[in-house]
Design a protein around this ligand. Structure first.
Ligand SMILES: Nc1ncnc2c1ncn2[C@@H]1O[C@H](COP(=O)(O)OP(=O)(O)O)[C@@H](O)[C@H]1O
Ligand SMILES: [Mg+2]
Length: 247
């Protein structure tokens, strides 16, 4: 297949579970600086698409090109190292560590460094932690233990733990579930900030939030793409209304 300018090029992606095609011949492309939202009814295959891209589930057919490199043959940790970050629905933060420590342990480990070099590295890590904390609205909470954060702040912290690894593609599964309206607005703002230079792929149900963030929307139904385009475009598509928005 040919080289593309897309950050992510998914072509013919298919996975079967005991003969059931959860994702069925899926083709879509995501640009750099783009926020793409995948919507669709429960069981459409949205989470499975994220599982396939991050290597947690192995595809039966098709290709997943990330910056023109095939991911299908790579292991999960190799895909992370290539620059793909994935946030799951339940945050996997360390409750008994502070915000600072949670971010610090997520900083990518280089080769072992000693003496003056280690000292310089410490400063670099501290600078990055502070910068990321500011981005995720937690600059004033660096010394707070994660267990005392609000639900929304915990979600932001996990986004920060991905951000500190500077992924080129960030994937988030229902990031605003359980958040207050104010937290949803701030999360939308956060996603716009972090999209610069990378791509963001979000699975989401909250249509107000989708409206705030999506550059383009891919609608899935029964493992396939039902419709794709701007939110206005897919909202005007009668098939989307019939299987999803009308409910
Ligand atoms: N590991 C698995 N084994 C068997 N079936 C699965 C597995 N993962 C997902 N499925 C099935 O694939 C379909 C799509 O699931 P999912 O991707 O979670 O949907 P969505 O996120 O759109 O709600 C569902 O019918 C689900 O039961
Ligand atoms: Mg899901």
């Amino acid at each position: 297949m040919s080289e593309t300018d897309y950050m992510l090029a998914v072509e013919g992606l298919t996975v079967s579970f005991d003969g059931f095609r959860a994702v069925d011949d899926l083709t879509f492309y995501v640009d750099r600086n783009e926020i793409r939202v995948i919507i669709g009814p429960n069981g459409a295959g949205k989470t499975t698409v994220l599982d396939l891209i991050c290597g947690r589930t192995k595809a039966s057919a098709g290709s997943i090109k990330f910056q023109n490199e095939e991911l299908r043959t790579l292991k999960e940790h190799q895909i992370v190292r290539r620059g793909v970050g994935r946030k799951f629905q339940t945050p996997s933060i360390y409750d008994d560590l502070t915000v600072f420590e949670n971010l610090e342990i997520s900083f990518p480990r280089g080769r072992g460094v000693f003496g003056a070099l280690a000292f310089r590295r410490d400063a670099e890590v501290r600078d990055r932690v502070e910068e990321v904390a500011k981005t995720i609205f937690l600059a004033d909470a660096l010394q707070r233990r994660a267990e005392f954060l609000s639900h929304g702040q915990k979600q932001w912290l996990e986004i920060g733990m991905l951000l500190i690894q500077q992924p080129s593609l960030m994937m988030l599964d229902e990031p605003v579930a359980g958040m207050s309206v104010a937290e949803r607005k701030k999360t939308a703002e956060l996603l716009h900030t972090i999209t610069a230079g990378r791509s963001v792929l979000v699975v989401e149900h909250d249509m107000g939030f989708v409206e705030d963030i999506a550059h383009r929307v891919t609608v899935m139904h029964q493992g396939k793409i039902l419709s794709e385009g701007t939110l206005a475009h897919v909202k005007a598509d009668q098939r989307v209304v019939d299987v999803y928005l009308g409910h």
